[in-house]
Design a protein around this ligand. Structure first.
Ligand code: NCD
Length: 331
């Protein structure tokens, strides 16, 4: 049953009510993490689990005849391939470009708004990654089909945060009460912003932010956590924090977003997860990373059962199947 026009939420799928999709001009979008509440997250997790079963059984034709456009203005491996694979696994088809900055009319000076107006006439859903904060919001303002924000500069990356949380739930069996350390580039790392917002939906969560001095968590994220009453701290002692942490969320220093190479060099190499650190971690801790890594988790950590980042990347497929299904049902 599809209902259009709800000011905030749109009912969507056979699996779920579709809570969490934000509606602009009667189209449901995923722009940022703040749009999800706990009920919406629970529905997405249940759907993602179902998508895992569907995948293990060889896929489905649920979305036959539907077309997804992947419009990537920035580099991507996991996000784009998992979205495209997700669409294929559900029987839909994909158009797109992995280098929209060069291979779309953007290079001829076309505005993002014009590109979206045109492309939304050729497909049922647009998954977009862009260099600028707020680009997904701008796209949604003119699109006739759902926009899924696959990363907008150093702003947000909500679908990554959804799969991160799904992974925590799957691996630890709970989200309430966890102590999570977010490590690395907390200024420009959009996944950290989105994950912090999502975590504010859960009880007794504690967040420890560990970052180089020139890559600390933005004031706006802290203000949001304050408003939600979330317990957080900032520290520089990773080894000490390690003793009580349930989830390590390590991130890459976002070289491409630093104002200068000098600033990047200052930030890089400070917080590393290596075999020595493993000795300070709880037995049942979890190590996550949105990937790609660039030296901040040593390869010899990979064989430790607590290293969950490749399982996390796999979960991205199931979560994105759930997301696509929900967006298309809502339309
Ligand atoms: C992240 C991104 O693009 O924000 N990667 C991803 O989508 N899995 C993290 C990064 O680039 O460091």
């Amino acid at each position: 049953m599809l209902v259009r026009g709800d000011p905030i939420y749109i009912r969507s799928s056979i699996h779920s009510s579709g809570k969490g999709l934000i509606s602009i001009l009667n189209v449901a979008h995923i722009i940022g993490s703040k749009q999800f509440d706990q009920a919406a997250l629970g529905e997405l997790f249940a759907s993602a689990k179902e998508m895992e079963n569907i995948t293990l059984q060889g896929g489905s034709n649920l979305l036959a005849g539907k077309i997804m456009c992947s419009l990537f203005f920035e580099a991507s491996t996991r996000t784009r391939f998992s979205f495209e694979s997700a669409m294929h696994r559900l029987g839909g088809s994909v158009i797109g470009t992995e280098n929209a900055a060069q291979f779309s009319s953007a290079i001829k000076g076309e505005t993002l708004e014009d590109t979206i107006r045109v492309v939304s006439g050729y497909c049922d859903l647009i998954v977009m990654r862009h260099t600028e904060v707020g680009a997904a919001q701008r796209a949604a303002a003119v699109s006739t089909v759902p926009i899924v924000n696959a990363g907008d500069g150093s702003g947000e990356h909500p679908t990554q945060a959804l799969l991160d949380l799904f992974t925590i739930q799957k691996e630890l069996g709970r989200i309430d009460g966890i102590h999570i350390a977010m490590i690395g580039d907390l200024t420009y790392g959009r996944t950290v912003h989105s994950l912090s917002y999502l975590l504010s939906n859960y009880k007794d969560v504690k967040i420890t932010f560990i970052a180089p001095d020139n890559a600390v968590i933005p004031q706006g994220v802290k203000q949001f956590l304050d408003e939600k009453g979330i317990n957080y701290e900032e520290t520089s002692d990773l080894t000490k924090a390690a003793e009580t942490v349930d989830v390590f969320y390590q991130t890459r220093i976002q070289k491409e977003r630093f104002p200068s190479l000098e600033e990047y060099n200052k930030a890089s190499g400070q917080y590393i997860i290596d075999r020595q650190l493993l000795d300070h971690m709880k037995e049942e801790a979890l190590i996550l990373h949105p990937l790609p890594r660039a030296g901040e988790i040593h390869a010899d950590v990979d064989t430790d059962p607590r290293a969950a980042y490749f399982r996390q990347a796999q979960n991205g497929l199931y979560m994105r199947m759930a997301i696509i299904e929900q967006c298309l049902r809502a339309k």
